[in-house]
Design a protein around this ligand. Structure first.
Ligand code: FES
Length: 161
């Protein structure tokens, strides 16, 4: 389900964004800078914010959307309170991280890149987390879980509820 941004409740945020847009308008690379700023302010880049940027910056909405969805540092969906990152790097993959991902997806009833309805968890795939000896690995916020097996997932998720 798509969540609609409450524009009234975000008036201050739009004002802050407008000030920033005015300060970089016309400069080279300003769209990227504005998208970064908007994500800092709103936490993500909902369509209402993309439309606003398009109008204020004078850039077609298709271009704003294209950039916002191309780069992984941007998100057009709200992030949950806890971010789960499952490593799909080679070492983790061969040790079954896809099974971990599938189990998380089933338990949380979301796909990769999505956030649960209660905004508690966002599920993401990551590259190598630098602890391949613990494969398969996932991170929840700053916590690292290694040598995972799918049946441990429910008990781990419980700690964050
Ligand atoms: S491949 Fe997963 S931690 Fe390196």
């Amino acid at each position: 389900m798509t969540k609609v941004l409450d524009i009234k409740a975000n008036e201050k945020n739009f004002f802050e964004l407008k000030e920033y847009i005015d300060s970089v308008k016309g400069a080279k690379g300003s769209l990227m800078q504005v998208l970064h700023k908007a994500q800092d302010i709103f936490g993500y880049l909902p369509i209402e914010v993309q439309k606003y940027i398009s109008t204020e910056l004078g850039v077609p909405l298709a271009e704003v959307y294209g950039v916002a969805t191309f780069y992984t540092q941007f998100s057009i969906n709200p992030k949950g309170k806890h971010k789960i990152g499952v490593c799909l790097g080679t070492a983790c993959y061969v040790k079954g991280s896809q099974l971990i991902m599938d189990k998380l997806s089933k338990e949380l009833n979301i796909k990769v890149g999505q956030t649960t309805e209660d905004n508690l968890f966002t599920l993401e795939a990551t590259r190598c987390l630098g602890c391949c000896g613990l494969a398969p690995v996932m991170m929840i916020d700053q916590d690292v879980y290694g040598k995972l097996e799918p049946n441990r997932i429910p008990e781990i998720l419980e700690k964050y509820k």
